[in-house]
Design a protein around this ligand. Structure first.
Ligand SMILES: Nc1nc2c(ncn2[C@@H]2O[C@H](COP(=O)(O)OP(=O)(O)OP(=O)(O)O)[C@@H](O)[C@H]2O)c(=O)[nH]1
Ligand SMILES: [Mg+2]
Length: 688
C-alpha cells in the first residue's frame, strides 16, 4: 500500500442496523478497489471483515474490523462494526477514532432501531454522518418510503438526498447526482443524461438540495436567494461544511451486492468525510488542555481503541494516531501506567491480515503488537511530554450470568482468562458479589455473554458453567430490640466467660452499620469492646434470616459482665456474635431488595404495553419523555424482576425497544416474596 499523508486519509465508521449490509459493503469495496480478486459472502464466512470463527459461525459481525481501501489517491479506513445491539460497544470504539459515521439503511426496512441508535450515538459524539441506503436491488425497495422513515425516525435534522435512484428493486440500475445533474449507470457508473421521465423530479430534488447547501453559508444563501445558479463546486463546498458541522446528512443510494451506486458513494466519502486535520481534538498534556490537529510533526499521541489477545500474534492493540508520527522501533510510554515500550511490531490491519509498516502518520489507523499492559482507552505517547487522550464512554452492562469453573483445572485458569476477556471488551465486566458469593459475568445481552463464554473456551481453554445470577439482597431490622447472652465454658483447660447485653436499632437507609458502647462503671473492660464488635461484624456478613449482609443497623452494648480470669478476647467475640444474632431476630428483620432505575426507549405504539408490563414487575413508572417518534419511559423496578428484561422487551417490541439500567437504592421486600427467598436459603443451608 502506498504512503498517504494526513490530508489524504479518511476514517469512517460503518454503522447501522444488524443485517443492513455493512460487511457486504466493505467486501464489495475491497473488490471494487482491487484489493481482493473475489468477493466473499457473509453467509459463507468468507468476508475479510468477519474473520473471527464466532462471526462466521453466526453469520454476523461481532467485532469491529478495519478495512483500508485506496481510492483516487485517498486512503479510506472503513471500520466495519456489528449492528446487533449486544455489540454496541464496538460502534462506540469505532466512532471514537473516526471522523464520520456512514449509516447503512436497508432500502426495504427503512429506519430501524439500529439506525436510530447509530444516529443517537453520532449526536452524542457530535460526529459528522453520511447515510447510504443499501439494498436498492431488493424486492419492495422504495425510495419514498425510506426517505419518509428517515425523516420521521431521525427527527428534523437535515437529511438531504444527494441522488435519485433510477429504478428500484430488480430495475435499479443507476443514480442521478443532484449536484452534477447527470445519471451514472451500472457498476461502471457510466455517465448518461437524466432519463426524460425523471427530469422534473430531479429538478425539484436538486432545488431542495441546493437550498439546504446554501443555507450553511451566508454568502451562498444571498446568491441563491438572488436567483443565481450555484455551480457544483460551490454546492460541494457548502455541503462539506454542512456535513462537517453536523447540520447536513447527505443520503446516497446503491446496492452492495450488484455494485450499483458504489462508485458515487466512494466519491462522496472522499469529498464529505472530513480529513483528520480538519478535526481538532482536545487532550491533556502535563495537566493542561491542549488542542491536537493531527499534525504529523507534532508530539506523538495515539489512542488505543481495540485490544485483541490473539492466540498466535499475542496482544494486538489497534491505535489511531492523533498527533505526530509513530515510528517502528521508537520508544513510547503508556500514559496510564508509565510503562515504556519499544514499538517493535507496527502494522496496518486489513481484517485479520497485518501488513508491516515502518511508520504511521497522524490520522492513520494501525496495530501495535506484543505491548503488555496496553489496552483499550490507553494513550501511547512520548515520555518527555506525555499526552493523555480522552477515553470513550461505554454503556453499563444489562445482562448477567453467574459463572463457575467446570472442573478443577478450569478453576486455576479462570481468573486470569476472565481478566483477559474484559481487557478485550470494555462492555464486559466481571464481579464477585460477596452478598451472593457468586462470580458474575456482565454484558450487554444474552448473545454478548454467550459469545464471551464461548471465547473463554475456544480462545483461553477454560470451560465454565453458567447460572441465573442471584439477587444481592440485604437484611435489616424494623424495630428496636434487646438481648442478653452469656458465654461460659469451663470444661477442661482454661475457662471462657463473657456476658453482653445489646440493643439494636434501625438506622436510616444507606447509613450502614454503627457500633457504640453505653457501658459504664467498668462492667466490661475497654479492651473487650473491640472484641464484641468483631463478633458482631461476623454476623454482618452472614446475615440472620437468609444469609445476606446486614445493613442500616446500630448495635449498642449497654451492659454485661466479665470474669477476672476467664474473660478474654475470644469469649467476648463469641458473646458479641450471639447476642447480636438474638437481638436481630427480635427486631423484626426484613429483606431489602435492590431497586433499579430503568429507562426504556420504544416507538410510541409500544408505550402502553411496556407500561403495563412494568405493573407485572412491581415497577413504578416515574415519568416519560418524547424523543422524535419514540417515548422514553422512566421507571423504578426491583432487580429481581428485570434479570432477563432484554429478552422480554425484545419480544414485546419486535426488537425495537432499548433500555438502560442503573442501581438506585434498596427497599423493603414484600414479605410474601421474602418468604420464598428465606425458605430457599434454609433449603440450601441444609444441603450444605
Ligand atoms: N439484496 C441485497 N442483499 C444484500 C445487500 N447487502 C447485503 N445484503 C445481504 O444482507 C445480509 C446481511 O449482510 P451483512 O453484510 O452481514 O450485514 P451487516 O450490516 O454487516 O450485519 P451485522 O454485521 O449483523 O450488523 C447478507 O445476506 C447479505 O448478502 C444488497 O445490497 N442487496
Ligand atoms: Mg457485519
Amino acid at each position: 500500500m502506498a504512503k498517504y499523508s494526513t490530508d489524504r486519509i479518511r476514517n469512517v465508521a460503518v454503522l447501522g442496523h444488524g443485517g443492513s449490509g455493512k460487511t457486504t459493503l466493505t467486501e464489495a469495496l475491497l473488490f471494487k478497489t482491487g484489493v481482493t480478486t473475489r468477493i466473499g459472502r457473509v453467509e459463507d464466512g468468507t468476508t475479510v471483515a468477519d474473520w473471527e470463527p464466532e462471526e462466521q459461525r453466526r453469520g454476523l459481525s461481532i467485532n469491529l474490523s478495519v478495512i483500508p481501501i485506496e481510492y483516487e489517491n485517498l486512503k479510506i479506513n472503513l471500520i466495519d462494526t456489528p449492528g446487533y445491539l449486544d455489540f454496541s460497544g464496538e460502534q462506540i470504539s469505532a466512532l471514537h477514532v473516526a471522523e464520520a459515521g456512514l449509516i447503512l439503511v436497508d432500502a426495504v426496512a427503512g429506519a430501524e432501531v439500529g439506525t436510530e441508535l447509530a444516529w443517537d450515538t453520532l449526536n452524542e459524539q457530535k460526529c459528522p454522518r453520511i447515510i447510504f441506503v443499501n439494498k436498492m436491488d431488493r424486492e419492495n425497495a422504495n425510495y419514498e418510503h425510506v426517505i419518509d422513515s428517515l425523516h420521521t425516525t431521525l427527527g428534523n435534522a437535515k437529511i438531504i438526498p444527494m441522488q435519485l435512484p433510477i429504478g428500484q428493486a430488480d430495475t435499479f440500475r443507476g443514480v442521478i447526482s443532484l449536484v452534477t445533474m447527470k445519471a451514472y449507470m451500472g457498476k461502471e457508473s457510466k455517465e448518461a443524461p437524466i432519463p426524460e421521465d425523471m427530469l422534473a423530479a430531479a429538478e425539484a430534488a436538486h432545488t431542495a438540495m441546493a437550498e439546504a447547501a446554501a443555507e450553511t453559508d451566508d454568502d451562498l444563501i444571498v446568491k441563491y436567494l438572488d436567483g443565481e445558479d450555484l455551480d457544483p463546486e460551490e454546492v460541494r463546498h457548502a455541503l462539506h461544511q454542512g456535513v462537517r458541522n453536523g447540520t447536513i446528512a447527505p443520503v446516497y443510494f446503491g446496492s452492495a451486492t450488484t455494485d450499483v451506486g458504489l462508485e458515487r458513494l466512494l466519491q462522496g466519502l472522499g469529498r464529505y468525510v472530513p480529513a483528520p486535520d480538519e478535526h481538532p481534538i482536545v487532550a491533556q498534556q502535563d495537566e493542561n488542555p491542549i488542542e491536537l490537529n493531527n499534525d504529523p510533526n507534532g508530539p506523538v499521541a495515539a489512542a488505543v481503541f481495540k485490544t485483541i489477545i490473539d492466540r498466535y500474534v499475542g496482544r494486538m492493540n489497534y491505535v489511531r494516531v492523533v498527533s505526530g508520527t509513530l515510528h517502528k522501533d521508537s520508544t513510547l510510554i503508556n500514559e496510564r501506567t508509565k510503562h515504556s515500550y519499544r514499538i517493535a511490531g507496527l502494522s496496518i490491519a486489513r481484517g485479520k491480515e497485518l501488513i508491516n509498516v515502518n511508520e504511521l502518520v497522524a490520522g492513520d489507523i494501525g496495530v501495535v503488537t506484543k505491548l503488555e499492559d496496553l489496552l483499550t482507552g490507553d494513550t501511547l505517547t512520548s515520555a518527555d511530554h506525555p499526552i493523555q487522550l480522552e477515553r470513550a464512554n461505554y454503556p453499563r452492562p444489562l445482562y448477567s450470568v453467574g459463572i463457575s469453573p467446570a472442573t478443577q483445572a478450569d478453576s486455576a485458569k479462570l481468573g486470569h482468562s476472565l481478566h483477559l476477556l474484559t481487557e478485550e471488551d470494555p462492555t464486559l465486566r466481571i464481579q464477585t458479589i460477596s452478598a451472593t458469593k457468586q462470580t458474575v459475568l456482565q454484558g450487554m445481552g444474552e448473545s454478548h455473554v454467550d459469545v464471551a463464554v464461548r471465547r473463554l473456551e475456544t480462545k483461553f481453554g477454560v470451560k465454565v458453567e453458567t447460572s441465573m445470577p442471584k439477587v444481592p439482597y440485604r437484611e435489616t431490622i424494623t424495630k428496636i430490640a434487646s438481648a442478653q447472652y452469656r458465654h461460659k465454658k469451663q470444661t477442661g483447660g482454661a475457662g471462657q466467660f463473657a456476658e453482653v447485653h445489646m440493643r439494636v436499632e434501625p438506622l436510616t437507609s444507606g447509613e450502614g452499620f454503627e457500633y457504640v458502647s453505653e457501658v459504664f462503671g467498668g462492667v466490661i473492660s475497654g479492651v473487650f469492646l473491640p472484641s464484641i464488635e468483631k463478633g458482631v461484624r461476623q454476623v454482618l456478613n452472614q446475615g440472620v434470616i437468609a444469609g445476606y449482609p446486614v445493613v442500616d443497623v446500630k448495635a449498642v452494648v449497654y451492659d454485661g459482665k466479665e470474669h477476672p480470669v476467664d474473660s478474654k478476647d475470644i469469649a467476648f467475640q463469641t458473646a458479641g456474635r450471639e447476642v447480636f444474632r438474638q437481638a436481630m431476630k427480635e427486631a423484626s428483620p426484613v429483606l431489602l431488595e435492590p431497586i433499579y432505575q430503568v429507562d426504556v426507549t420504544v416507538p410510541d405504539e409500544y408505550m402502553g404495553d411496556v407500561m403495563g408490563d412494568f405493573n407485572t414487575r412491581r415497577g413504578r413508572v416515574q415519568g416519560m419523555d418524547q424523543k422524535n417518534n419514540r417515548t422514553v419511559i422512566h421507571a423504578m423496578v426491583p432487580l429481581a424482576e428485570i434479570l432477563r428484561y432484554g429478552t422480554d422487551l425484545r419480544s414485546m417490541t419486535q426488537g425495537r425497544g432499548v433500555y438502560t439500567i442503573e442501581f438506585d437504592h434498596f427497599e423493603h421486600m414484600p414479605s410474601y416474596l421474602a418468604e420464598t427467598v428465606i425458605s430457599q436459603h434454609k433449603h440450601e443451608d441444609h444441603e450444605e
